[in-house]
Design a protein around this ligand. Structure first.
Ligand code: ADP
Ligand code: MG
Length: 262
C-alpha cells in the first residue's frame, strides 16, 4: 500500500525586499513527501533552501503558497516539525544534556522526564559521559550529534535538517551519515535534508529534488533505487556513478552563465 503524504508544499513563493530592491528567493515550489521517506534538496548556494525550511518550520511566512503537514495548514505555525538549523545552535552556557532536552523544555515536559528520555539516547548514540560537558568541549562531530539528538527528542514525525554535516571532515561526515541512517530507520522519521554535496544526497536519499539557482525552483526530481540498508561500498557502484553523473549534469545545466555572474 502506498504511504500517505506527510508533507505537501504547494505554490510556495517568497520575495524579500532589501534596499528597495526585490529578491525572489523561491518561485512556485511544489512537492510532497510521503511518510517515512528520506528526501534531499540539492542546489547552489543562495537558491532559497534555508528559506524554504524556515517556511516549512513556520518561522517565516511565504509570499504565496501553502504548506500542509498531515493534512493541516501549518503556514506561520512553528512547532509542527523538528528543525535542525544550518548552524548547530547549541547554547554555549548549557551542558550537553541541557541542550539536548531544550525542545522538551520548550514543550513543557518536566525535567525529570526529559532527562529520563535523553540519557538512553545519549548512551546509545555515542554521547555517553558527556552529559555535563559544555559544547566547546566537544568535537565538531559530537556537537552535530547533540544538535541532531535535540531535534530527534523534540519528537515530531517530520525532521528538517539543513546541511547538518557541511562543516565536518570527510571521515567524520561518513560516520555521521551512517549514524543518521540508523536513526532514521530506528525512529521511522520522515526526513527532509538540505545538502550541496552530491555524494551525500545520493547515499542518503530515496528522492532528490534539484533546485535551480535563485529564484529557487524545482528543476528535477530523481529517485535513488539503491537498496537499503546501504553501506559506504555502494558509493563505488556503477549505479551510484550514473546517478551522480545525472545530478552533476542537472546542477550544471541550471548554473548561471558567465554573463549573469559578471
Ligand atoms: P540557501 O540556503 O539556498 O543558500 P537562502 O534561503 O539562505 O539560500 O537565501 C536565498 C536568498 O534569499 C539569498 O539571496 C538570500 O540573500 C536571500 N535572503 C534570505 N533571507 C533574507 C532576508 N531575511 N532578507 C533579505 N534577503 C534574504
Ligand atoms: Mg542555506
Amino acid at each position: 500500500m502506498e504511504q500517505p503524504d506527510r508533507l505537501v508544499v504547494s505554490g510556495i513563493t517568497k520575495t524579500f525586499r532589501r534596499d528597495g530592491k526585490e529578491i525572489i528567493a523561491l518561485q512556485k515550489v511544489n512537492f510532497s513527501v510521503k511518510e517515512g521517506r528520506f528526501v534531499s534538496i540539492i542546489g547552489p548556494s543562495g537558491c532559497g533552501k534555508s528559506t524554504l525550511f524556515h517556511i516549512i518550520a513556520g518561522l517565516l511566512r511565504p509570499t504565496a503558497g501553502q504548506v500542509l503537514a498531515n493534512g493541516q495548514d501549518i503556514v506561520g505555525r512553528a512547532g509542527t516539525v523538528g528543525y535542525m538549523l544550518q548552524k548547530d545552535m547549541l547554547l554555549p552556557w548549557r551542558s550537553i544534556l541541557d541542550n539536548i532536552i531544550l525542545g522538551l523544555e520548550i514543550r513543557g515536559v518536566p525535567r525529570m522526564e526529559s532527562v529520563k528520555r535523553a540519557l538512553p539516547l545519549m548512551a546509545q548514540y555515542g554521547l555517553n559521559g558527556f552529559e555535563k560537558s559544555y559544547p566547546y568541549e566537544l568535537s565538531g562531530g559530537m556537537r552535530q550529534r547533540a544538535a541532531l539528538l535535540r531535534t530527534l527528542l523534540y519528537d515530531r514525525h517530520i525532521m528538517l535538517l539543513d546541511e547538518p554535516f557541511g562543516a565536518l571532515d570527510a571521515q567524520t561526515r561518513l560516520h555521521m551519515q551512517n549514524w543518521l541512517l540508523e536513526i532514521w530507520q530506528d525512529f521511522k522519521k520522515t526526513i527532509l535534508f538540505v545538502t550541496h554535496d552530491i555524494d551525500e544526497a545520493v547515499y542518503l536519499s530515496d528522492d532528490i529534488y534539484v533546485f535551480s539557482p535563485r529564484p529557487g525552483r524545482i528543476q528535477a526530481k530523481l529517485e535513488v533505487p539503491i537498496p537499503r540498508p546501504r553501506s559506504p561500498e555502494d558509493m563505488t557502484s556503477p549505479q551510484f556513478a550514473v546517478l551522480k553523473h545525472q545530478l552533476l549534469e542537472l546542477l550544471f545545466s541550471g548554473a548561471p552563465s558567465a554573463a549573469d555572474i559578471g
